[in-house]
Design a protein around this ligand. Structure first.
Ligand SMILES: [Cu+2]
Length: 163
């Protein structure tokens, strides 16, 4: 009787000890995968080119495949002197935009930069950019990674990446 209960207790302890080992091995594998693959990816990048030296608004959808939120915290482009993260709004009935320090891409979620909302504002084109051109904007992420995104230049009347 005593022996049987000892065996049962030993099995319970062994079972309890084994579970965390398996979990931490899976954790380590997940972390290894997260370290090699970028958490955030981008699709549907495009740029609205306005006449003359007017700034161009860049739009893109970011997806976060990781279990933690990652923020877009900055941008730069070799084709423009400056790239800023902005948000447009119509507060008070007036179209306006403000600088944004960080845009969160939720864990396992997406965030869209789109006309009327978030955009990357590109100013000081270093050479003429016309519809059909491809412009690379590199976004800075809060996890320290950089995400280069190719934006397709589209005419002033475009409202999306393909229309
Ligand atoms: Cu702007």
């Amino acid at each position: 009787m005593i022996l049987r209960s000892l065996v049962a207790t030993t099995l319970l302890i062994a079972g309890a000890a084994a579970a965390p080992v398996i979990a931490s091995a899976a954790d380590a594998a997940a972390h290894a995968a997260a370290a090699s693959a970028p958490a955030v990816s981008a699709t549907d990048g495009w740029l609205r080119v306005l006449p003359g030296s007017l700034p161009a608004g860049g739009y893109v959808t970011f997806s976060n495949a990781s279990d933690s939120a990652v923020s877009i915290v900055g941008a730069e482009s070799g084709d423009y002197a400056d790239a800023m993260i902005h948000r447009s709004s119509t507060a008070g009935g007036m179209g306006r935009m403000e600088m944004v320090d960080a845009v969160a891409v939720p864990a396992r979620g997406t965030v869209a930069f789109s006309p009327g909302g978030y955009h990357v504002m590109l100013t000081g084109a270093k050479h003429p950019v016309k519809a059909g051109d491809a412009v690379v904007v590199t976004f800075d992420l809060s996890d320290g990674k950089k995400l280069p995104v190719t934006l397709l230049a589209r005419p002033a009347n475009a409202t999306g990446p393909k229309d």
